[in-house]
Design a binder for this molecule. Structure first.
Ligand code: HGY
Ligand code: MN
Ligand code: MN
Length: 411
């Protein structure tokens, strides 16, 4: 690993370490258009300016730092996202952006002069933590999310994206697909911390992604009858919290039975009084499976069982699909080249599927030849302050990215 790449990586990593960090948990709160997000956007701009890269934004909140003339395209795109889930880890997203800048520094030190532009992207709102839809930046860019649908999204305070953008001095009318920009991109390689233990079990620092599981988010609205927690006999209740709880149990059981994933990680109760049976409970299901048909069957089963339980409890149920991402098989030719490029430094290069969603999946679905590099995560834990990757493995990821970008930028 070149000295400068290691220095760049550790310097940039240190600069990001405090942005949006909760001093009590060590987790990060970097939701889109938050103060922390704006600080990260300024940091990205500064990194680009420091390196003489041309800064570009696409109206959707995505940032791009261009090394080279777009006319010499098609460009090799890399990068990832800087936003996080609430109380998230440090690596999910930022690792891919910091590694990209470190890779450019290393390439320059090695005298590499790319024949094609190399572009670092920071995609907006990959986690969908604030407005509920993941990858809004890359979905708007590719046209898989319409500006009107995006602008109508509301955060937990009821604020619409349109209003938040305006408050942040951004033009809501600037949102929209950018086929002109996509045409300039020849391929996209996203480096990301692995969110699982595949590389640990295979004793490899870096791997290549093969596919992204289908996944989605469904809002379950349970409605019942508000009542007194003390004077209402259990048999006289229409308690939506009971129906919700049984639904969570049913979802967990169904996912275990089919080796899928079903998570209710977010719930709200109305009115939320300790001494009152709630009138309504809303739970959000994140469901994923190895194949599209399996995911469809999983959600259908959970929905049916929830409806049956509601019938029994005298409550009602409404299920709304909030986002659905079909399975994505990443570009086989590009992924094969990634394995070759990394394989010639010796050692086997694992090729792994992932159940985590990524902007890479959105660009791939839009027809951009896309590949992913994974960096070993010793515990596999992610979306948690405990998320971690060893510095040596991060630098191995940078080295892999240098190799890949150098190769792809010299057709
Ligand atoms: O939820 C996901 O899979 C990704 O981390 N946004
Ligand atoms: Mn994530
Ligand atoms: Mn991510």
């Amino acid at each position: 690993m070149t000295e400068i790449a290691a220095r760049t990586f550790t310097t940039l990593w240190g600069e990001l370490g405090t942005v949006g960090r909760d001093p009590h948990t060590g987790g990060y709160h970097r939701s889109v258009w938050s103060d922390a997000d704006l600080e990260l956007r300024e940091w990205f701009d500064h990194q680009a300016q420091q390196r003489g890269l041309d800064l570009h934004v696409d109206g959707n909140g995505n940032q791009y730092a261009w090394w080279g003339d777009p006319a010499d395209g098609p460009a090799v795109l890399t990068g990832s996202h800087l936003d996080s889930v609430p109380d998230g880890g440090a690596y999910d997203g930022p690792l891919g952006v910091v590694a990209a800048f470190a890779a450019i520094d290393a390439m320059r030190e090695q005298g590499v002069r790319p024949a094609r532009p190399v572009v670092v992207a920071a995609f907006a709102d990959e986690e969908g933590a604030r407005f509920g839809v993941p990858c809004t930046g890359s979905r708007l860019l590719t046209g898989s999310l319409s500006p009107s649908d995006a602008l109508a999204l509301r955060d937990r305070d009821g604020r619409q994206l349109a209003e938040v953008l305006t408050r942040r001095g951004r033009d809501p009318q600037a949102l929209g697909a950018r086929p002109d920009l996509l045409r300039r991109i020849g391929c996209f390689v996203e480096l990301h911390v692995e969110q699982g233990r595949g590389l640990v079990d295979l004793d490899a620092a870096v791997g290549v992604a093969s596919m992204i599981w289908p996944h989605g988010r469904w809002r379950f609205d349970f409605r019942g009858r508000a009542d007194h927690a003390g004077t209402t006999r259990m048999s006289d209740r229409a308690d939506p919290m009971l129906t919700y709880a049984m639904t969570v149990l049913a979802a967990n059981k169904q996912a275990r039975a089919t080796d899928a994933r079903a998570t209710f990680g977010r719930v709200s109760a109305t009115p939320g009084a300790t001494n009152a049976v709630p009138s309504a409970v809303t739970g959000w299901l994140d469901a994923r499976a190895g194949q599209d048909a399996e995911l469809t069957a999983l959600v259908e089963t959970i929905t049916r069982q929830a409806a049956e339980r509601a019938e029994r409890d005298g409550t009602s149920l409404e299920v709304t699909a909030e986002s659905l991402t079909p399975s994505v098989h990443l570009d086989a030719a590009l992924s094969g080249r990634l394995v070759e490029m990394l394989g010639d430094s010796g050692g086997v290069v694992p090729v792994l599927p992932t159940a985590a969603g990524h902007d890479a999946g959105v660009l791939s679905a839009a027809g951009v030849p896309t590949g992913m590099l994974f960096v070993r995560n010793p515990t596999g834990v992610s979306h948690s302050p405990a998320e971690h990757a060893e510095l040596d493995d991060c630098l191995a990821g940078v080295e892999a990215l240098v190799r890949v970008l150098t190769h792809l930028a010299h057709p």
